[in-house]
Design a protein around this ligand. Structure first.
Ligand code: HEC
Length: 180
């Protein structure tokens, strides 16, 4: 009996360790994408505080940057952004995204500010929530300045990512590690 218990504790320990490795990999991928996008956004907002240069940059480059970050990651790891209300339809949520949003970050769960990990049978996903600060509101807020609004509408006729207030949950960076 004692041996059985010891054995199961051991295998559990190994399992937990493996999961930690996957979790670490998932968080690293999120940080990699988050860092480049944040640096670039800051750079363009400093160059032109109206946000027009940054909108042009995001429209042209955000997906390319995401692809480049993915190319540098191991083949079993990927990273992207999503939201319940997307600007770019390429960032649309999938069914697991939707479940995480509703069960972990929905109404009444607004204090869930930390990264959420989903442990699948053969994958690990990490969801890092992004909250709107003042800068974000220039392009995702309730009163978007006219030239900016026009540029956004022209590039994204189906834009839903507006109307946010400071501190609102704007979206997520999501990474997935397929277990080898
Ligand atoms: C200069 C305008 C601008 C600013 C400022 C800005 N965004 Fe965006 N955002 C965009 C555009 C344009 C897109 C769509 C292009 C893309 O990134 O794929 C976008 C897309 C996103 C997405 C992907 C989901 C979607 O809606 O398609 C997230 C998440 C996001 N922004 C969060 C933020 C956060 C958080 C901030 C503040 C730190 C911020 N944004 C600031 C213009 C902006």
């Amino acid at each position: 009996m004692r041996y059985v218990l010891l054995f199961s504790l051991l295998t559990l320990g190994i399992y937990a360790n493996e999961n930690n490795i996957h979790k670490d990999e998932a968080i690293k991928a999120i940080n990699a994408l988050g860092k480049v996008l944040k640096n670039d956004l800051q750079k363009y907002m400093q160059q032109d505080s109206s946000g027009l240069a940054a909108v042009g940059f995001c429209t042209a480059e955000a997906q390319k940057i995401t692809n480049n970050v993915n190319k540098k990651l191991p083949a079993n790891i990927s990273v992207r952004r999503t939201s319940s209300k997307v600007r770019n339809t390429e960032n649309k949520k999938d069914s697991l995204d939707k479940w995480v949003m509703l069960s972990q970050y929905g109404d009444g769960k607004a204090n869930h500010k930390t990264t959420f990990i989903v442990e699948g049978e053969d994958f690990t996903r990490a969801y890092k929530p992004l909250f709107a600060d003042k800068v974000c509101l220039k392009c995702h807020g309730q009163n978007i300045a006219d030239p900016l609004k026009k540029a956004i509408d022209a590039a994204y006729p189906e834009d839903k990512a507006v109307g946010y207030k400071e501190g609102d949950l704007r979206g997520f960076i999501v990474s997935e590690v397929e277990h080898p």
